[in-house]
Ligand binder design. Structure first.
Ligand SMILES: *Cc1c(COP(=O)(O)O)cnc(C)c1O
Length: 633
């Protein structure tokens, strides 16, 4: 373990900047980024407050001020860059609805974004329906991407009569034909954009969405075709926006610069062809630093939001000056960077499966000699013999297992041998923790000895990207941070799927295959928080094992040292999730009643038991899908 990791095992000081901090009493606390000098608010106290109100964990907490702050910060960074480079255009961001479609999020983005003329990006008909129900600034844009049918196009065109600046971004030639057809039928003109395919390939998780083979966008040759067709139809004046999108979470800022330069090249060339482009839309990709490493790594970024904005404005300004063109309005579709910080998931640890043992069983007279051998390892355990001790312990343990399976030692003897083995390996691990140089081979083997902490959440429902693409989110105990975490664990969720586990964590100096964690105490609720889950996680989640949506609470700082609850959305009940999978909960009750009635007729249960069994069944039906702390039956 390195010094950095000892001092800040979870890296809170690196990634938590401006959002969470540690209090002297060991509680993790929320910082108000809009009032950084105000006292931080203890998270365990927020959770116990919610529980007192009957709002149980797992719970997803959204902090309104975090959303407000990121919108403010993004727009301020662009404004500063524009001022600094004397850029003559403006910035008009749009939030891509697919990143978080929840009403509590979109409504707030529309509200907090209004002073900045922040708009929305819609990639489907339902998302356009959401966008058109918002009160946006008259200067805000609605950018329509994705595959569009006639209905989608017609609503986009007609919304302009209401004052919306709805731009249809052409994704293919056949879409252009459809747009022209709808426009003729409606006798109204569209505002158009065109999505270009950039050649530059970025690094990171979304490399596939960039470059020649990306599935989106038009090639140069198709774009020229679009221009010619529009010219012929006398509609070239409608084509006002050029769009490109490289994929999400771009770790390297130089990829952004190169892509912007390439996009500008196409932009200036199209302008030269007489296309009246006024908006340069650079899509999403602005990453966030989940690990706090500030590096060109998949879950990190080697740039800040401010650097991103400065680089874009500089590159666009330079390209336009070179081409002698006026400065276009810069648009980005930053989704992750706007919403990721604003929510986090809190759940409790239900129990721990321990792979270490503090107490050494005493030797017994008729012990098999291998048991004495394994016990004796502690007599020669030393910093320079760790690997040897570890190899010996494994060898004796495996030999004993063989003896047990052959029936040569008893189950009680084997149980003692397992305990001794765990005790010895705990001693070896402790010695290794205190030394800085551990052979790689041993580090890997130690991973098989870490504890398993069983937690009350579903990876598939609440953290789908952790499962699907190894996304890293900071995970931190909410309490006892002033106490050294003496255990190492992986987390397993409440589903019955062996994939339902987390075994990569953000730590003080990067990431690790186990989480430093405290031993559980009787009568203490031990909570973990998973941070920065406000982008993509909520609707990508699924109903694996029929664990439904968690409770969701939107909170905010009340300005006088506390928290206020702005909104509560109760999680799915069991009857809700049953109806998602085509069951009618009432039919289930009826079917259960029949079975119970039969048991009464067969004399297996009394009528009184019938009544209470049915009440239990119905009670469960209305309850939470997650583990609920025991109530009296
Ligand atoms: C998903 C998506 C975005 C959002 O990207 P982020 O990296 O989350 O900012 C923006 N534009 C388009 C076209 C997208 O598909």
């Amino acid at each position: 373990m390195s010094e950095a990791e000892r001092a800040d095992p979870y890296g809170v000081n690196r990634w938590g900047d401006g959002y969470v901090t540690q209090l002297d009493d060991g509680d993790l606390a929320l910082v108000n980024p809009l009032a950084p000098d105000a006292a931080p608010i203890s998270l365990p106290s927020i959770i116990s407050n919610l529980e007192a109100r009957g709002i149980q964990t797992p719970v997803l907490l959204r902090v309104a001020s975090y959303l407000k702050h990121s919108i403010h910060h993004l727009n301020t960074c662009f404004a500063e860059a524009i001022e600094s480079y004397k850029y003559e255009g403006v910035y008009r961001g749009v939030f891509p609805i697919k990143v978080n479609q929840q009403a509590q999020v979109i409504d707030r983005i529309a509200e907090y974004g209004a002073p900045y003329h922040f708009g929305l990006e819609a990639g489907s008909k339902p998302e356009l329906v959401i966008a058109l129900a918002q009160k946006l600034s008259p200067d805000a844009l609605i950018v329509c991407n994705g595959v569009k049918d006639k209905e989608f196009i017609a609503l986009a065109i007609r919304s302009r009569q209401l004052g919306f600046n709805t731009i249809i971004v052409l994704e293919s030639i056949s879409e252009l034909n459809l747009v022209m057809e709808v426009s003729r039928e409606l006798e109204q003109e569209p505002l158009l954009g065109v999505r270009i395919k950039l050649n530059h390939r970025v690094s990171g998780n979304w490399a596939e969405s960039s470059g020649d083979r990306s599935t989106f966008g038009l090639t140069i040759n198709q774009i020229v075709d679009v221009v010619d067709r529009l010219k012929k139809a006398n509609l070239l004046h409608c084509l006002v926006l050029q769009h490109s999108h490289l994929g999400s979470q771009i770790p390297n800022v130089n990829d952004v610069r190169r892509a912007v330069t390439e996009a500008c090249r196409v932009f200036t060339a199209l302008s030269g062809e007489g296309v009246p482009l006024a908006y340069l839309d650079l899509g999403g990709g602005l990453g966030i630093d989940y690990t706090g490493q500030k590096s060109n790594a998949v879950n990190s970024t080697n740039y800040t939001m401010s650097e991103y904005c400065f680089n874009i404005v500089e590159a666009v300004g330079y390209a336009m000056a070179e081409a002698g063109l006026p400065h276009p309005t810069i648009v980005t579709e930053s989704g992750r960077a706007v919403s990721a910080h604003s929510s986090f998931l809190v759940f409790s640890v239900l129990e721990a499966t321990s792979y270490h043992n503090e107490d050494m069983p005493l030797p017994e007279a008729d012990d098999h000699h291998l048991i004495s051998d394994i016990t004796a390892i502690k007599d020669y355990l030393a910093a320079d013999r760790l690997q040897e001790c570890f190899n010996d312990a494994r060898y004796y343990r495996d030999e004993l297992r063989t003896l047990f399976s052959l029936g040569n030692i008893s189950i009680r003897e084997m149980a003692r041998a397992e305990k001794i083995y765990l005790h010895i390996t705990s001693l070896i691990k402790k010695a290794a923790d205190e030394s800085d140089a551990i052979p790689d081979d041993m580090e890997e083997k130690f991973n098989q000895l870490v504890d398993i902490y069983h937690c009350n959440f579903s990876l598939f429902q609440s953290l789908p990207d952790v499962w699907a693409i190894d996304q890293l989110h900071p995970i931190v105990p909410l309490q006892r941070l002033n106490e050294k975490p003496t255990n190492q664990a992986i987390l397993s969720d409440i589903t019955c799927d062996s994939d339902g586990k987390i075994d990569r964590f953000v730590t003080g100096d990067g990431d690790s295959s186990s989480l430093p964690i405290h031993p559980l105490k009787e009568d203490e609720n031990y909570y973990l928080g998973v941070f920065f889950v406000g982008a993509y996680q909520e609707t990508l989640g699924d109903l694996h094992n029929l664990f439904g949506d968690t409770n969701v609470v939107t909170i905010d700082f009340d300005g006088v040292g506390g928290i206020k609850i702005l909104n509560e959305v109760e999680g799915d009940s069991i009857s809700d999730v049953l109806s998602y999978v085509e069951y009618d909960p009432r039919d289930c009750v009826d079917a259960f009643k029949k079975i119970v009635e039969q048991a009464v007729s067969d004399g297996k249960i009394s009528v009184k038991e019938r009544k209470s069994l049915i009440a239990t069944y119905k009670g469960l039906m209305n309850g939470y899908t997650y583990f609920e702390s025991s109530e009296t039956l």
